[in-house]
Ligand binder design. Structure first.
Ligand SMILES: [Zn+2]
Length: 648
């Protein structure tokens, strides 16, 4: 029934988080996504290994430790622990936590370096270039924006030094061919396109060392102790070192099934450096690596960024650390539900306390919480526990059983694609159906009529069975709530998808009433002067007729190219496709989106706008975006439609 791939072994990694600051929303999102996927696969019966950890070397750690007057390792111990404590508080079920300062990691990094050096994959050379000390890397002229690091916005500095280089350029053609032939290795698709874009430029060899005169805090090169290992070369190898030496049992068992979950900001190291390193080190299929095979290279699953949106109940969510602190205010499950439900995997999304509370009230308190409360109340009041009511055993209603089966298979497909949002939409559609089922079947009316006993029994067994079903399928998404649902119907078995099938039971067990699974959050009254129930409007807007609205030709368009309009801070020149028709548009979104992040996206455009020329570029239409204060967001589709599709 399920479209799940036949893998029954599943190795999932998060990036190892750099410990120069506390855990925040971005780290938590990646880790929650990974935890949800790991729990889902375990529920499906797979052999799962879920790895996370911390990246602890480099300039920034050394400098912070020097400033605090302590040893780098003491600082690393403390900051790495903050991540483990945070994941414990969030109920994250990782199988191993790797630290790059551990001997098991350093050993593997040195072994791989030695192997590559002996096989002439690493050479000594001189390099001069523009360097960002924040990123600890060189930038090419093309990447530099107005003389500054595109990430830090601080000036890059020309430095020249002797270093060891990995012959990455030798793998350019192989990698390009590989990415072209294997669309599934990087998803969503547009990130593969972004990598192919990088590979249209000549690939440089990668400097993999830093002289100790400049940086001490790193893994020493095994063949030259005047140098330490460049942090990325060190960090990426955690995905192997956590399992052990190549050829070890864990490597043989899990490595061929690895999937790396990453944010789009670290696409290049994972999509370019990493496969070339693996290829050179012989960690790919059919190469002498102690029997280890990997289908191509590690499959990447890439997610977008959170932006912080405004909201009327709290203006205080000013940064990503405060955003994560909301778990303490609203609970792990509500936070987890919000981030999984709000962000279509691979795209950007906006985080606000207000939006979180809206979801909590609507989806969790109203839809799920009410369902559980109503169903358990009716089971207690009219079921076998109630005096005089002893319904005959019946199978659950066929319609609800069918819906459960459809939901399971849709969720399986969505989870195969890392489409967490879609999985939740499917489950909530089932929950909505159950609430309507209660409204329509009216157990409280059936209970008054002795002639309707059999029908009442069917309705009650349907509700009990549906709760049992939800107690299993909700486990990866809402682990605490799912456990409470199972407890309230005294389902003590270890949850397994194999048991998430309705209609296997015709018995009504003991049930306890469960109300307030997710208490509603009272949204404070809007401040005086604001219109009730909404954000302050920007002044009166005249109403339009439907015919006036119909004059707008709104279309879905796919962005095929994007570039900065020269001499403009705000404008991007976009080439979009409306069906087969190419168009050039100018959009004032350069302060909010980097051009390369837009290619492959679908947006909504006004197609019949009068052409206008901005900074010398003629724009044939307008891209729709929402804005509030500083924040800006492109209008996107919540599921795919072909470009050219009409929007109304
Ligand atoms: Zn930088």
């Amino acid at each position: 029934m399920s479209s799940r791939s036949p893998d029954d072994v599943f190795y999932l990694t998060t990036p190892i988080y750099y410990i120069n600051g506390p855990p925040h929303l971005g780290h938590a999102y990646t880790t929650i996504v990974a935890d949800t996927m790991a729990r889902y696969r375990r529920l499906a019966g797979d052999d799962v290994f879920f790895l996370t950890g911390t990246d602890e070397h480099g300039d920034k750690i050394a400098q912070a430790a020097a400033k605090a007057g302590e040893a780098p390792l003491a600082l690393a111990d403390r900051n790495s622990k903050a991540f483990r404590d945070q994941w414990a508080a969030l109920g994250i079920t990782y199988d191993d936590f790797i630290r790059t300062t551990e001997p098991r990691h350093a050993r593997l990094v040195q072994a791989i370096l030695k192997n590559l050096f002996e096989r002439d994959q690493i050479y000594f050379g001189k390099y001069g270039g523009q360097y960002c000390f924040g990123c600890e890397r060189f930038y090419t002229e093309k990447e530099i924006v107005d003389g500054k690091c595109p990430d830090h916005q601080t000036p890059v500095i020309y430095i020249e030094e002797e270093n060891y280089f990995f012959r990455m350029s030798a793998y350019q053609d192989w990698l390009r061919g590989y990415l072209e032939d294997h669309p599934d290795v990087v998803q969503p698709e547009r990130f593969r396109n972004e990598l192919l874009g990088f590979l249209r430029e000549p690939l440089q060899d990668l400097s993999i060392s830093r002289p100790k005169s400049r940086l001490q805090w790193g893994i020493p090169l095994p063949f030259d102790d005047r140098f330490v290992t460049y942090v990325w070369f060190d960090a990426l190898l955690n995905y192997v070192s956590a399992l052990g030496e190549p050829g070890s049992d864990l490597v043989r068992r899990y490595w061929p099934h690895v999937r790396h979950l990453i944010g789009k900001d670290i696409l290049k190291p994972h999509g370019i450096y990493w496969p070339c390193m693996l290829k050179a080190a012989g960690l790919l299929r059919d190469e002498a690596s102690g029997g280890v095979s990997l289908p191509g290279f590690a499959r990447l699953r890439v997610h977008g960024f959170w932006t912080l949106g405004g909201g009327k109940i709290s203006k205080s969510v000013g940064n990503v650390v405060e955003a994560l602190a909301l778990t303490r205010k609203y609970g792990n499950d509500a936070f987890r539900y919000f981030v999984l439900r709000e962000m279509p995997f691979g795209q950007d999304a906006s985080f606000s306390e207000e939006a979180l509370v809206d979801r909590l009230n609507a989806d969790l308190a109203n839809d799920l919480g009410n369902l559980v409360s109503r169903a358990t109340t009716m089971l207690v009041n009219f079921g076998p526990q109630a005096a005089g009511a002893t319904p005959a055993p019946e199978l659950p209603d066929q319609e609800i059983r069918d819906r459960a089966a459809e939901t399971s298979s849709a969720v399986a497909q969505a989870m195969d694609e890392f489409a967490f949002q879609r999985a939740l939409v499917e489950i909530w559609s089932f929950i909505g159906g159950l609430n309507r089922y209660i409204d329509a079947s009216q157990p409280w009316t059936l209970a008054k009529d002795p002639g309707k006993r059999a029908r009442l029994a069917t309705v009650l067994v349907t509700l009990a069975d549906a709760l049992r079903y939800l107690g299993i399928v909700l486990e990866p998404f809402l682990p605490e709530a799912a456990a409470r649902i199972r407890a309230t119907i005294e389902d003590t078995r270890r949850p397994a998808l194999a048991n998430a099938v309705m209609g296997r039971t015709d018995e009504l067990g003991r049930v306890r009433r469960l109300s307030g699974l997710f208490p509603r959050v009272d949204v404070k009254a809007a401040p005086a002067g604001s219109p009730p129930g909404g954000a302050p409007s920007e002044g009166p807007t005249a109403r339009i007729t439907i015919d006036e609205f119909k004059r707008l030709d709104l279309r879905v368009a796919e962005i095929v190219a994007a570039e900065v309009v020269p001499k403009s801070k705000k404008l991007l020149k976009l080439t979009v496709r409306l069906g087969e028709e190419p168009r050039t548009l100018v959009a004032g979104i350069a302060e909010h989106y980097r051009p390369e992040a837009l290619v492959g996206r679908k947006v909504v455009v006004v197609a019949n706008l009068e052409p206008a020329t901005l900074m010398g570029v003629t724009s044939n239409g307008m891209v729709l975006a929402g804005s509030a204060g500083e924040a800006l967001a492109l209008v996107a589709l919540d599921r795919d439609l072909p470009s050219g599709a009409k929007v109304r």
